[in-house]
Design a protein around this ligand. Structure first.
Ligand code: NAP
Length: 464
């Protein structure tokens, strides 16, 4: 029995096979094979019955974490309190194979906090969501002796259930279901997103960002930590909102790795000595194919410095530079201004979209986008899916100052000559800013140099 697997539906996105393949190679368990198996809800019982002799252990994910409890011979205290199992261990006992259920999300979450030096003792935390993961987080926060745990969920009754279940379990921690309406001016040490809002391939409701913005606006403390359990994408709408508020951020990858290491310990019945080192190596390994952080797109108004900043970043990182305006000029053999007057804006935008599509397929690419590239919704979609979109912003007065000598050669600033340059910039900005604000990050260029902005862009790439 040297096999492991993760079961769920859908399962193709799972990182677990890569994690356990790395562990088996690096922890001298070369004969341990691990696979991802699609198991639908209706097939769970049969799958377990037919396969229990084949596996040393299983990881369990959506939609089985709760349903599987009734199929197991025993449960750990944590799994039974939380009411969810994400790790199963099969063990021979008197000729029978017995299954035990565990919840390693609890320690995965707690260890991520410890590694990031977050101490919750006596503090207040807010959990968004009340599903299986939220319950594991609630358990961890009780174990870490948080004074107060607020729970905000779409279905209020589920938040109330957590409070009822855990108030009796952890008497030193007060669990309180709340609503957006009764949540005001809170001094929070931690906010946890335990909903799938922001997760890759989860049909994103339009108001996801607004929901998080509303939550964050009630938080009065400055040193709040924002923890998103989601690990794909690396930078989620929740973490983007936290970044804007200046909060520290933790993504879900640390938790995913720590919960996997805990599963390993349960299956092999041996504690791992150097978890932090293993976690660091695994993070590096997983980052090797984390393609979204291999493409950066710089957007913003003309004159903001996108081309220069992109060039500096490309040089410093050894990445390929794509400047969409320059690429079009090279292709057509005339200036952007001439392409606009001779062939029209629609022709220009078609070429621009093609260049963007190609850049989205590349790796280690930094792209300086033309100022109007995001007016095409399809461009926005593919850019945000394949890379990091960074908005370089500037005040209109600053832009006017920078553009005063080149405004006549910029097609879109030549209109309305009856208006001042700053008014023309203002009008165009009004139309474009909503698209610029779609970016994962905004960097103000007002009080810094191009080198300073480039440095900040590189820092964003490293953001967890
Ligand atoms: P779950 O049991 O399905 O619970 C989902 C929760 O999110 C529920 O409370 C649900 O509210 C809420 N929710 C769903 N859609 C929502 C929406 N549109 N607006 C507001 N709330 C919404 O899922 P789970 O197992 O707890 O997982 C939650 C997230 O944590 C997932 O993204 C998962 O990938 C992540 N996770 C990560 C790790 C890790 O190791 N990093 C581990 C476990 C889970 P209702 O109760 O009202 O339906």
């Amino acid at each position: 029995m040297t096999k492991g697997a993760v079961i769920g539906s859908p399962i193709s996105h799972s990182l677990s096979p890569r994690i356990f393949s790395f562990l088996s190679k690096n922890l001298n368990r070369g004969n341990f094979n691990y696979e991802a198996i699609e198991v639908k809800s209706e097939d769970l019982s049969t799958f377990l019955e037919q396969n229990k002799s084949k596996y040393l252990g299983l990881n369990v994910t959506i939609p089985h974490k709760e349903n599987i409890l009734k199929n197991l011979d025993s449960l750990s205290v944590e799994a039974s309190t939380v009411g969810a199992v994400n790790c199963v261990h099969f063990k021979k006992d008197a000729g029978r194979i017995l299954s035990s259920g565990h919840n390693t999300d609890i320690s995965g979450f707690a260890e991520s906090l410890t590694e990031n030096k977050v101490n919750l003792k006596g503090k207040t935390a807010l959990i968004l969501g009340a599903g299986g993961a939220a319950r594991a987080v609630a358990y961890a926060l009780g174990s870490l002796k948080a004074a107060e745990v607020l729970i905000l969920n779409k279905t209020k009754s589920r938040a109330q259930e957590i409070a009822a279940d855990f108030n009796s379990q952890f008497t030193g921690t007060k669990y309180l279901p709340i609503t957006l309406e009764n949540f005001h001016n809170k001094d929070l040490a931690l906010i946890v997103n335990a909903t799938p809002l922001g997760m890759e391939n989860y049909g994103q409701p339009d108001d996801t960002k607004l929901f998080f913005t509303q939550i964050f606006q009630f938080v009065t403390s400055k040193n709040t930590v924002a923890f998103d359990l989601i690990y794909k994408p690396k930078i989620t709408p929740f973490l983007e909102t936290a970044e804007r508020k200046g909060f520290s951020r933790i993504g879900g990858l640390d938790m995913l790795i720590f919960q996997a290491l805990k599963s390993w310990e349960i299956w092999f019945e041996q504690p791992l000595q150097n978890k932090i080192e293993i976690k660091k190596d695994l993070t590096k390994e997983l980052a090797k194919t984390s393609s979204r952080s291999e493409r950066i797109f710089l957007t913003g108004f003309m004159g903001v410095g996108k081309s220069t900043v992109a060039k500096i970043v490309a040089e410093q990182m050894g990445w390929t530079l794509v400047d969409t305006d320059r690429a079009i000029e090279k292709q057509i053999g005339t200036s952007v201004s001439e392409v606009f007057s001779n062939k029209g804006e629609a022709f220009f935008r078609t070429l621009e979209a093609k260049i963007i599509q190609e850049a989205c397929k590349g790796s280690k690419v930094i792209v300086a986008l033309g100022g109007g590239a995001l007016m095409n919704a399809e461009n926005v979609r593919i850019i945000k899916e394949s890379g990091l979109l960074v908005y370089l912003s500037a005040k209109e007065e600053k832009l006017a100052e920078r553009l005063k000598n080149s405004a006549t050669s910029r097609p879109l600033l030549r209109h309305d000559q009856s208006l001042t340059l700053i008014e023309r910039i203002g009008n165009l900005m009004k139309a474009r800013e909503p698209q610029y604000k779609e970016a994962h990050f905004e960097i103000s260029t007002d009080n810094t140099t191009d080198v300073g902005v480039a440095k900040e862009v590189i820092r964003k790439l490293e953001l967890k």
